[in-house]
Design a protein around this ligand. Structure first.
Ligand code: OGA
Ligand code: FE2
Length: 536
């Protein structure tokens, strides 16, 4: 199980600094904003080029017009024209030097500035991997948030500021990416959308024959033979000579005939077996489904009786001198496991400082590959992160002290402050923050025991998506700028609390900044004493 290994990766990340050949733009908005500026510079440089080219053409035009008039007059009466000594001189001068100059002007390359700008900027452009990554993020969002293809293509998403839509060509591109991943479900959806937009009259360079070719194959792969036949027929109407389509058609007909034959002899017992698996499917909600439902805000509802026991209060850190006169607002988010949220707990200025410190160091978050033992990137953890030490900024140090005061736990044994940025599609699938019994080495190098608790600051609002969800218990915690949530990962006995399994939902619109502090067991011996029972 790959997820199980994730939790201690972060610890490893902090011990082994490494460099990246590529920055994985699509994983965070931080780096993508640089690209927006690059593009803006390129547009300015392109416009300069157009201006230069236009002024060059203008000069050439003027010359042509002048010469047009002159040659008109001259050809009408060449002898009379040349009878004027100035005309004779000028003719010599024009032909000997001026036409040559014009030739040079025509040959002059005005594109230097723009091309050299392109050459420099191109080094920082996203590559195929980034484009595929961004496309896959779109497909992931489509699934998690149950978005139909048309809604996504027309850009009708909740909370968007800048509406944007996909062309038939874009839809075709998405379909092709799904196809190369052997993801025929999404291939079908996106090829169908491309076709629909073309049928509605969209002007495009996308070709219906190509689309139908992919679409019929994707449909066939998913077992809908009659639809595959229908689509192939449509393709053949457009291009009767299409070789593969003609071949496929024969093959489909052959298979259909064979299936008919087989169906005749099928027995009822199979139907019975089908029904049984159907029932099983309904009873058992796999974690993935629960996770996605929680992300969409379709939470399993807490009973009113339990809800009534959730309170909000002013909290003084258990009579901490720093908070007696100015207690902080605290809200219960969940009862079991207990998750509390602190409000107005980090200021906008502090957030800006933390983000600025982290930005130059953000790199793609990694996980531990159990097979190779190496750190790698994984689709289940798509974000960029950086670690900040209390020594490098009084703001970070102040934040650490605040966490210590309000949790009552010693932060000197905690990991450094981790700052994470999730771009659109960024996520962290269900995982535990603590190391389990079967991974005793998880935090060995730190020498401070297991991760007793997690403190998570929300450093931005997220327009849509991006909740922190706990699929075991059905809790969704929504990001709210300036707040923080806190929970214990371990029981007082030191046993891991499996109900704390949690995930960061993919960001649908906007971008998400969080920072977390993982507190460790050492140093808490008197602050959170052990109990007699294991799971209390
Ligand atoms: C983590 C984590 C949750 C979130 O980084 O371990 O669970 O909402 N993050 O970002
Ligand atoms: Fe986590």
């Amino acid at each position: 199980m790959a997820f199980n290994k994730i939790c201690y990766i972060v610890a490893l990340g902090f011990l082994l600094p490494f460099s990246y050949a590529h920055t994985d733009f699509f994983t965070s908005i931080g780096h993508m904003t640089d690209l927006i500026n690059t593009e803006k510079d390129l547009v300015v440089s392109l416009k300069d080029y157009i201006k230069a080219e236009e002024s060059k053409l203008e000069q050439i035009k003027k010359w042509a017009e002048k010469l047009d008039q002159l040659t008109d007059t001259a050809t009408k009466d060449p002898e009379g024209f040349l009878g004027h000594p100035v005309n004779a001189f000028k003719l010599m001068k024009r032909l000997n030097t001026e036409w040559g100059e014009l030739e040079n002007l025509v040959l002059k390359d005005m594109s230097d500035g723009f091309i050299s700008n392109m050459t420099i900027q191109r080094q920082f452009f996203p590559n195929d991997e980034d484009q595929t990554g961004a496309a896959k993020a779109l497909l992931r969002l489509q699934d998690t948030y149950n978005l139909d293809t048309d809604t996504l293509s027309r850009g009708n998403l909740p909370g968007v500021k800048h509406k944007s839509f996909l062309t038939a060509e874009d839809c075709f591109e998405l379909g092709k990416i799904a196809y190369t991943e052997a993801d025929y479900y999404h291939t079908e959806l996106w090829m169908e959308q491309a076709l629909k937009q073309l049928d509605e009259g969209e002007v495009s360079s996308a070709d219906k024959v190509y689309i139908l070719d992919y679409l019929s194959y994707a449909v066939y792969q998913q077992g809908d033979l009659s639809k595959a036949v229908m689509l192939t027929k449509r393709l053949l109407e457009l291009d009767p000579e299409h070789q593969r389509a003609n071949g496929n058609m024969k093959y489909f007909e052959y298979i259909m005939a064979k299936e008919k034959e087989a169906n005749k002899s099928s027995t009822e017992s199979e139907d019975q077996a089908d029904k049984e698996t159907e029932v099983k499917k309904k009873d058992y909600l796999p974690e993935r489904r629960k996770y996605e439902m929680l992300c969409r805000g379709e939470g399993l509802k807490m009973t009113p009786r339990r809800q009534k026991r959730l309170f909000c209060r002013y909290y003084d850190g258990n009579r901490n001198p720093r908070y007696i006169l100015g207690p902080v607002k605290q809200e219960d988010e969940w009862d079991k496991p207990r998750i509390v949220r602190f409000l107005d707990i980090i200021s906008d200025e502090e957030i800006e400082t933390v983000k600025e410190l982290a930005k130059p160091r953000l790199s793609r978050a990694t996980v531990h590959d159990p097979e190779t033992g190496k750190l790698t990137t994984a689709h289940y953890r798509v974000s960029k992160s950086a670690w900040l030490s209390g020594y490098e900024s009084p703001v970070v140090s102040r934040i650490n002290t605040r966490i210590q005061d309000l949790t009552g736990l010693d932060v000197s044994t905690a990991e450094e402050l981790q700052v994470a940025n999730y771009g659109v599609g960024g996520q962290y699938e269900p995982h535990f923050d603590f190391g389990r019994k079967d991974e005793p080495d998880a935090f060995k190098e730190l020498g401070t025991g297991n991760r007793i608790a997690t403190w998570l600051f929300y450093m931005s609002d997220v327009s849509a998506g991006g909740a922190t969800v706990f699929p075991e218990v059905g809790a969704s915690v929504w990001p709210k700028k300036g707040t923080a949530v806190f929970w214990y990962n371990l029981f007082p006995s030191g046993e891991g609390d499996y109900s704390t399994r949690h995930a960061a939902c993919p960001v649908l619109v906007g971008n998400k900044w969080v920072s977390n502090k993982w507190l460790h067991e050492r140093g808490q011996e008197f602050r959170r004493p052990c109990t007699l029972s294991e799971l209390e």
